[in-house]
Design a protein around this ligand. Sequence first.
Ligand code: ME8
Length: 652
Amino acid sequence: MTEKKPYYITTPIYYPSDNLHLGHTYTTIIADTLKKYKEIQGYDVFFTTGTDEHGQKLFQKSEEAGKTPLDYIDPIVASAKELWKKLEINYDAFVRSTDPQHEKNVQDIFQKLYDKGEIYKSVYKGHYCTPCESYWTDAQLVEGKCPDCGREVHYHEEESYFFKLSAYRDRLLKLYEDHPEFIQPESRKNEMINNFLKDGLEDLSVSRTGFDWGVPVPFDEKHVIYVWIDALSCYLTGIGYGRVEKEFNRYWPANVHLVGKEIVRFHTIIWPALLMALDLPLPERVFGHGWILFDADKMSKSKGNVVYPEPIIDLYGIDALKYFVLREFTFGQDGNFVTEKFIQRMNSDLCNDLGNLVSRTIAMIEKYNAGIIPAADKKEDVDNELIQTATEALTIVEDYMESLNFSQALEEIWKVIRRTNKYIDETTPWILAKEKDEERLDTVMYNLADSLRIISTLLKPFLSHTVERISIQMNFNDLFWEDAGDFGKTAPGTKVHKTENLFPRLDVKKEVERLQAENKKLIEKRKKEKMAENNKDEIIEETKEEFITIDDFDKVKLQVGLIEKAERHPDADKLLVFQVKVGEETRQIVSGIKKWYEPEELVGKKVIVCMNLKPVKLRGVESNGMLLAADKGEKLTMLSVLEDIEDGAEVS
Ligand code: ME8
């Protein structure tokens, strides 16, 4: 027997600052599906995931809860593991970064880098964003705020160890050039080059002194190792780095690091540079997928738009959730989670297309052939078309899977499903039965059964439960991947029997309400549990960033203005240029509302003006202030006043 080739997949190790949501589940489902797919293809796959448990943010969270960090983190880690169990995620290593073995390995890595002269001590100066645990330079700040999360930063200086990242710029550029597949999708590579590498790289601060919830620097206990060396090393420690050399050498380098787009930078700049410094081979590729958005916004607990996977699994099963996330979101791009779409896809793709095909096929074989799959002897052209679509799908699916395009791979399988359904309509078995053309009817039944075999085989890595349920009814024993490229592998004489419908037909409105209610219930339940644990009446910290104080509000100067003049912007289709009288003064304001208003419509209208917005030039025309408008997605409408009031009046 030939030895199986190793294949190594990782997900990020997630922060256990809160229960994991649909976003984390997305990456993990992708990794698990890829694992199943590679295993079916004969690889020996290792899959590492875990939790990233150090850092100031987690420390602060635990302090707010009045707990030690581990007391705070442990239940969240347990619930993450519970979730993966519920989803039948088949990981091989779950690295907790607080695991003593991992911590020791991280210290060894740090020591090794220091001994090699890759790390040196200096002073870090910059603007620090606590939630992101990142320092930013003046130039990187956006309007004085953190460029990643938009929150307040504070200036800070501290002694720190630095990794000589700057020395790796040219090697990184060469890596991208020699291995175009290293960063995927391609667009992310350009982002990395343009945003971070083009103008040179700075050395990276890799230790902190302000808190001690981290792995101590082995030769200077005043410092803890800053999160990224600690977190990224999980990909090594998960497969036994410094511990089980044989296992490590077998699986390293990784074939795919799956990550969300926001941490591509860490995985394609810092990580390969660290590996180069450690003289370790580099991973084959880093895939930065897009975000699952909710109402076009990133899911976050503070925004109250978290979707938890548990209610979806409880109500509709693992396969429905997997199918939706793998099919709906084009891998690499952002996509909106819309509950209606989830239910609609269950109805159209799972219930109508797949479910109906299975139940119609089995019902007909039972009716016309006493439940025994007949042999096929009387072929017609229409059969060849079906056979071609069915047998060609294998290589197309493989190609899509090679580029991790799960959505298109599933679409390809659905092409076969839809083609097979069409075949029933084209061959009209009920008429063949009426006309007693038994030979032809047998051929049609056989072709349907064998197409279902191919479909089931191709679906195995994606929807294993569904395939199992089809296999029980169709009496498929072994479904071999390679056989999906051949027609005629189903043995005539196989007995089928109908037991259940695969997917029920759902009432969209009712189910949307039900699912949203269940998600809300879970959010409330988790909130209450936390309150009970922390002995609090109300969890204020979760939502505090949503509120501003009256002092904050007072900072915004709003006044009533009279539009005296409105014209099209000379260089921009979407912009209008207004002259707005506000009491004694007249302001020039540029506004992006051309799509909704003709300039003439607005002259003479009273509007609300934000007076103290920093002046900007928009396509070369200066704008001093902002006109307020209400946004209803499709339509913008200008804000005005109910009663006539002098321009210049203050809005408060
Ligand atoms: O960044 N859509 O952890 P994290 C899609 N600990 N994917 C999402 C998502 C969303 N809305 N939200 C989260 C960290 N993810 C570090 C990683 S790795 C050495 C250290 C997924 O808890 C996605 O994979 O913030 C993203 O990169 C990851 O969760 C971030 O998880």
